[in-house]
Design a protein around this ligand. Sequence first.
Ligand code: NDP
Length: 291
Amino acid sequence: MAEIIDGRAVARELDQQTQEIVQSLVAEGHAPPGLAVVLVGNDPASEIYVGHKTKACERLGLASFEHRLAETTSEGALLALIGELNDRDEVDGILVQVPLPDHIDEARVLEAIDPAKDVDGFHPVNVGRVSAGTGGIRPCTPAGVVMLIKSVERDIAGLDAVVIGRSNIVGKPVATLLLAEGCTVTVTHSKTRDLAAKCARADILVAAVGKPELVRGDWVKPGAIVIDVGINRTQGGEGKGRLLGDVAFDEVQHARAVTPVPGGVGPMTIAMLLHNTAQAARTFASGGEGG
Ligand code: NDP
């Protein structure tokens, strides 16, 4: 039987490290790290995520500042708010919940965030620094994926890793981080030929696709570490939805370890966000430029 990687337990360990940073800052007389979350419009999924983030801040002793703006908010007004948050000392991290309404240019908004406060790690400056290996804030879900892999195998240098998905928010940065760990990385996507055979060579397989149970048992090498990033909501019986990952979980029991959905990658994302915020605050407190 494959080991089931307990994302909630690994997230709690990270929370503990975050709490230690928060407590040491407060003990030194600094304000607690502050996270500003900006939500434009009433997307129900985004409302839930923002609620979770605010609660997690309270739990770990971070200050949270919620900015809920109307769907009709102009791009100019949003950029002005980001400018204010960039200037406010009590704000160490800024998160703009995506998707944004269609009339707002998402890239322009994300690029307006001070890179030192870009705790989502999406700003091109952070993408570039992480890619060049010169620091930068690492994006939350990909950094969480690597932490889960390393909870199973501390030294992954030299292992063959296959990433399914090449999005800017998951697939590409996961590949970048695994390359930095010394893995030999293959990035696959919808145009990849013979995907199953490529996956079957992987010591580490990361699926970030958004297709329920795309990865079947015979795609997975015995002894592989399998990380399932996918979150797919399906219609269950009696109108009850159910969450499925990108991996057919029951078919991969010959793997060394596999993440469940839910309870695998999901809990790592918020934990990493708060960790990035606490680290940004630590860098500001030390007189650095953040990140
Ligand atoms: P995107 O839709 O942006 O990217 C999906 C990627 O999968 C694309 O690169 C696409 O290829 C590739 N793809 C699609 N179909 C296939 C196929 N049949 N075979 C191989 N590759 C394929 O999704 P995201 O990266 O944003 O998210 C991926 C999944 O992860 C989603 O289920 C999302 O909900 C989940 N997610 C979970 C998070 C968490 O906290 N647990 C956080 C973020 C995302 P191409 O580029 O060629 O189109």
